[in-house]
Design a protein around this ligand. Structure first.
Ligand code: AVJ
Length: 324
């Protein structure tokens, strides 16, 4: 027997118009850019899930190895808690968590997965309510970066921001984001964040240049996503995947490089989008963190670093912040 769940939509109606404008502006800018949130349509979410099991892509596997042994009681009181997972994606991370909750405590737990992709959210919830029939699940479609007050009420909360998604934000944005969430928290509430750590460059670069070319496909798929949004005619074949570590900024940067000069049309752009041969479109930053970054984020957000859970290689950290 499976349980049931509802999904509410918090994405504003003007979302599409704003998205189109953002995309067109980025494509006329110098350097050109497309925001990484546009990776995640149905196909993109599937591609990412396939990336997470690649040998080269260590972050997901490593984070899960930490989640598996994480003492849940050290983080929150699971007899009564609202778990809010920001950017939930698939349920493979949170199930490792939920499995630890004794069956008789499950009735006190409510789970709120929040994601910008409705299809991904639907697919994930559908499976989850069969795995945990007694769990109360309420899905939320939202651009959580700008929408904080999605779960109200006085119940104890545990926010989760896993998978090093925080690495996609610029450093200042990351600080601001954690601070915004912190402002909605009550004393004693918890925030669990997954951070990918600074490590040997070759390991980092291999993770974003896998031999099978899945990351290249994932990167190029963003063009299919925006073709759907701005009705453009980008051809993924015209681009090369590029990903490298920027030592200065401690981040992987991902680009699409044009193989030849292109004139791309969209009914939403008066002028053609002109991309010169070898010109790049910046599609993603994936920041890597040091312990000092983790401390700094806590300080700025008025959160105490309660515990840092590492893996055996110190490649990844799950950090439990506590609202003071
Ligand atoms: C889902 C944002 C954590 O930055 O490592 C994977 C996305 N990009 N391969 C990351 C991604 C290229 C991933 N995050």
């Amino acid at each position: 027997e499976c349980g049931s769940a509802t999904i509410v939509n918090y994405l504003p109606e003007i979302g599409l118009e704003a998205a189109i404008e953002e995309i067109i502006t980025g494509l006329h800018a110098r350097p050109k850019r497309i925001a990484s949130k546009y990776f995640y349509d149905k196909k993109g979410s599937e591609l990412f899930e396939n990336i997470t099991v690649l040998d080269e892509y260590y972050p997901s596997r490593t984070e899960k190895s930490i989640l598996r042994v994480l003492p849940l009681g050290a983080i929150t009181d699971c007899s009564e808690v609202d778990i809010v997972e920001l950017g939930s994606g698939d349920h493979s991370k949170i199930t490792l968590f939920l499995e630890k909750i004794p069956a008789k405590q499950m009735q006190g737990v409510r789970y709120f997965p929040v994601d910008i992709s409705r299809p991904a959210l639907e697919a994930s919830i559908k499976e989850l309510i069969c795995m945990f029939p007694g769990l109360a699940v309420q899905g939320i479609v939202a651009d959580y970066i700008h929408q904080m007050h999605i779960v109200s009420g006085e119940r104890k909360k545990l926010y989760c921001f896993l998978g090093s998604t925080i690495g996609n934000l610029d450093r200042e944005e990351a600080v601001q984001f954690v601070r915004d969430v912190s402002e909605t928290m009550n004393s004693g509430d918890s925030f669990l964040i997954g951070f990918d750590r600074v490590k040997e460059v070759q390991i980092l670069e291999n993770a974003y240049n896998d031999a099978q070319g899945l990351t290249a496909q994932f990167n190029k798929n963003i063009l299919n996503v925006i073709n759907g949004l701005i009705k453009s005619d980008f051809d993924t074949e015209d681009f090369e995947h590029r990903a490298f570590y920027n030592e200065d900024k401690r981040r992987i940067e991902m680009y699409l490089e044009a193989k030849k000069t292109l004139h791309v049309k969209s009914p939403f752009s008066k002028k053609d989008i002109v991309i010169k041969k070898e010109e790049t479109i910046h599609t993603e930053n994936s920041h890597k963190f040091e312990e000092k970054d983790i401390q700094l984020i806590g300080e700025h957000a008025e959160l105490a670093v309660n515990r840092i859970f590492p893996d055996e290689n110190q490649w990844f950290s799950l950090v439990n912040y506590r609202k003071i």
